[in-house]
Design a protein around this ligand. Structure first.
Ligand SMILES: *[C@@H]1O[C@H](CO)[C@@H](O)[C@H](O)[C@H]1NC(C)=O
Ligand SMILES: *[C@@H]1O[C@H](CO)[C@@H](O)[C@H](O)[C@H]1NC(C)=O
Ligand SMILES: *[C@@H]1O[C@H](CO)[C@@H](O)[C@H](O)[C@H]1NC(C)=O
Ligand SMILES: *[C@@H]1O[C@H](CO)[C@@H](O)[C@H](O)[C@H]1NC(C)=O
Ligand SMILES: *[C@@H]1O[C@H](CO)[C@@H](O)[C@H](O)[C@H]1NC(C)=O
Ligand SMILES: *[C@@H]1O[C@H](CO)[C@@H](O)[C@H](O)[C@H]1NC(C)=O
Ligand SMILES: *[C@@H]1O[C@H](CO)[C@@H](O)[C@H](O)[C@H]1NC(C)=O
Ligand SMILES: *[C@@H]1O[C@H](CO)[C@@H](O)[C@H](O)[C@H]1NC(C)=O
Length: 658
């Protein structure tokens, strides 16, 4: 009986023992290795005593899967952990669901192998000393629901790829040094969010505006949503020097934000000083204008300036209301995109974009608009449009289908009773006008001859394409409408808008480029485009803006100035001093000058057609620099090889027959 009992006990034990052994063996061997490796490389307080001969599943802070085959949770809050997380340790815990290392003194970067923690649901790293960009590995943890990296020293921008975390319900980024704009974070189920006390600026995206103001407080310059409204997308015209008060919105915003009286007093003093300076400026301008008639600045002519001032007084408040308050209108009038475009945003996105004035032109004001998702476009706000919506749309359709590498693509338009917008590609390299005239004499890199030739040819090609392939008159050729592509070729912008303005307003409100006959007929033609292009070539050659005060005499334009200099004595005086440093380019300069002079013939019929202009430039170049146009060269000595111009080319330019 005892034997039988013993046997039974033996059986029982032998039955139980293997299973016991299996249980012991089923501990997470690899994870244990990784954990031990982590602890041995990371200084910590003594109360974490992980017994290497025990199962890791028994350790303080470690939780395992039901079958003990892997570590599911690791919680070591306030454990006095110091220094960076060593690579190949925690990142090896590939089955980890919850990781909490909050309230330690961990520093440095989040190791990149954290991207292997694809099953992680919760990540708590707050109250440490991590300092790096937003950890890229985190955006791969696509199952994350809670992410708290607050109260660290993270910096850089918050990436749009946070949207990868589609299951996120809580995102805590406060008390760091994140900067830039807030991306439009929209994981759907987000119910807790905080980015307070960072260095963020720009508008609060709509997707986040449901969170309270305290979630955004203490940043550099956030606005919108629960915070005071942003400056409207279209800033009202600069306060006129006639002592009108600054726009009320900006005042409200400032005083809401900074409540200390000292700050308010400071602002008041600053305002007073600014107002005084403005007045001073205005008075000086008045005086100067009285002394020298032709405007000092090439772009805004007297007429334009007067208009701008007029609209300041009359139009400010109403136009602001139109754009921000007229949402019913906006609903009915959507932003219309053309086929083949790459953009997808709506009018609201556009209105929320941060905007910066690029320039006030003759047909309206251009803005650079940076959308929330980082897209940058140019928005042109047209003024004085007279045509009906139907006519406007027809013209836009014609312009929207124009696709040429030397023509800036029109991507979208918007038409409402009060607002007409055009959306173009943004060209970061800027305009020819800025390149030629911007900060002269202040040690900038001058535009070299090869690049000037390249711009002349590519702009001619763009214009020729408009004329021949699309039957479109550009109508507004000037150096600020010739934009530089990244490859240094040029593209023409702002084409074909004249039909929108009717004949009551003079086309070409910038006089310097206007063909003489246009003053009377008020109609732009292919031939008047050619004239304007000739002026543009002269501008490239002389470095002088048309109609600029430095031309000397009152009322003289660039073509007549060139003629007068050339007639007196053919000197290098006519050419841009910045070109004098390049050698062996005289012959080319003279050739281009001849082409320019035929373009600016007084009689329209004597001007060549644009395709002929293209051909003339191509041919002059082919014979001289052996296709050097297409390579951008920094070598000033490159060009025609060394022979001085023949004496006959030093005579005043004769008309070339096209
Ligand atoms: C972590 O994983 C890597 C790659 O699988 C391996 O080479 C390394 O030894 C592991 N580290 C530890 C501490 O287990
Ligand atoms: C570690 O665990 C083993 C087995 O569980 C035990 O015998 C040993 O005493 C423990 N060591 C310490 C320091 O707790
Ligand atoms: C897993 O480990 C824990 C702690 O050591 C233990 O209590 C539990 O019984 C183990 N479970 C299995 C299925 O082995
Ligand atoms: C982590 O992922 C990388 C590649 O994504 C892989 O090479 C590495 O072995 C992984 N480490 C672990 C511990 O799984
Ligand atoms: C977003 O998640 C996918 C996997 O779902 C991953 O392949 C991709 O790299 C992630 N993007 C970023 C920016 O992390
Ligand atoms: C935070 O990081 C900045 C640099 O990004 C550094 O200058 C600063 O000392 C860091 N602060 C702390 C508390 O580590
Ligand atoms: C935000 O700040 C950055 C850097 O300080 C600056 O470049 C950017 O223009 C700012 N954006 C806005 C909308 O203020
Ligand atoms: C955001 O964090 C700040 C600082 O920790 C806190 O004062 C504020 O109440 C928080 N706001 C929300 C909505 O959680």
């Amino acid at each position: 009986m005892a034997v039988i009992l013993d046997y039974a006990v033996f059986l029982l034990v032998s039955l139980l023992l293997p299973s016991h052994r299996v249980r012991v063996n089923s501990e997470p061997v690899q994870d244990k290795q990784a954990l031990l490796s982590f602890l041995s490389q990371t200084p910590h307080e003594n109360r974490i005593q992980w017994n290497a001969s025990d199962s890791a599943c028994n350790w303080v802070g470690v939780g395992c899967s039901p079958d003990n085959s892997s570590v599911y949770t690791l919680r070591l809050p306030g454990a006095g952990l110091v220094g960076p997380i060593p690579p190949n340790t925690i990142g090896n815990l590939s089955q980890l669901r919850v990781l909490s290392l909050r309230s330690n003194r961990l520093s440095g970067e989040i190791p990149s192998d954290f991207s292997n923690l694809t099953l992680l649901r919760s990540l708590y790293l707050q109250s440490n000393e991590f300092s790096s960009q937003f950890p890229g590995s985190v955006t791969r943890m696509t199952r994350l629901t809670r992410l708290d990296i607050s109260s660290n020293n993270f910096s850089g921008t918050i990436p749009f790829s946070v949207n990868n975390l589609t299951h996120l319900t809580g995102l805590f980024l406060e008390n760091n040094r994140f900067s830039g704009n807030l991306p439009s974070i929209n994981p759907g189920n987000l119910d807790a969010f905080n980015v307070s006390n960072n260095l963020l600026n720009g508008s609060v995206p709509k997707s986040l505006s449901k969170f309270p103001a305290s979630a955004f407080a203490g940043n550099l310059d956030l606005c919108g949503g629960p915070l005071p409204p942003c400056e409207p997308f279209f800033p009202s015209p600069a306060p006129s020097p006639y002592g009108s008060q600054p726009p009320p919105t900006s005042v409200n915003k400032k005083s809401n934000k900074r409540l200390s009286t000292a700050a308010i007093v400071g602002i008041a003093v600053a305002c007073a000083v600014a107002l005084f300076l403005l007045l001073l400026c205005f008075l000086m301008c008045l005086r100067r204008r009285r002394r020298q008639r032709p405007a000092k600045h090439p772009k805004p002519t007297g007429a334009v300036a007067a208009r701008a001032v007029g609209s300041t007084e009359a139009g400010t408040s109403s136009s602001k209301d139109d754009i921000t308050g007229g949402s019913a209108e906006a609903e009915r009038n959507k932003l219309v995109f053309f086929e083949g475009g790459v953009y997808s945003f709506d009018l609201e996105d556009l209105l929320r974009a941060s905007a910066e004035v690029l320039g006030k032109g003759s047909v309206g004001t251009s803005y650079k608009a940076v959308l929330e998702e980082g897209t940058t476009v140019v928005v042109k706000r047209l003024k004085d449009v007279v045509v009906s919506k139907r006519e406007f749309e027809l013209q836009m359709e014609a312009l929207g289908k124009i696709k040429n590498e030397n023509v800036v693509a029109l991507r979208a338009f918007y038409f409402s009773k009060d607002e007409k917008l055009l959306v173009y590609d943004f060209m970061p390299a800027g305009s020819l006008s800025a390149l030629l005239h911007g900060s002269r004499g202040s040690g900038r890199t001058p535009l070299d001859w090869d690049n000037r030739m390249r711009i002349a040819l590519s702009a001619a090609r763009g214009l020729s394409y408009l004329h021949v392939a699309e039957n479109v008159v550009h109508g507004n050729i000037k150096s600020s409408n010739v934009l530089l592509r990244p490859d240094h070729d040029a593209a023409v912008s702002d084409f074909g808008l004249n039909p929108l303005f009717g004949t009551s307003t003079p086309p070409h409100r910038v006089a310097g480029y206007r063909a003489p006959e246009v003053v009377e007929t008020r109609k732009v033609t292919y031939k008047s485009d050619v004239y304007s292009f000739g002026v543009l070539l002269l501008e490239l050659l002389t470095g002088k803006a048309p109609n600029q005060a430095s031309l000397g005499e009152e009322g003289i334009d660039l073509p007549r100035w060139v003629q007068s200099v050339v007639r007196e004595e053919w000197t290098a005086e006519v050419f841009d001093v910045e070109l004098m440093r390049y050698h062996n380019i005289e012959e080319e300069m003279v050739q281009l000058l001849q082409i320019a002079m035929t373009c600016v013939s007084i009689v329209p019929d004597q001007r060549p057609a644009m395709p002929d202009v293209v051909r003339m430039i191509e041919e002059m170049n082919r014979s001289e620099t052996d296709d050097g146009l297409r390579q951008s060269s920094d070598d000033p000595s490159k060009g025609s090889d060394g022979h001085t111009p023949p004496p006959e080319s030093r005579t005043p330019p004769k008309a070339l027959t096209p």
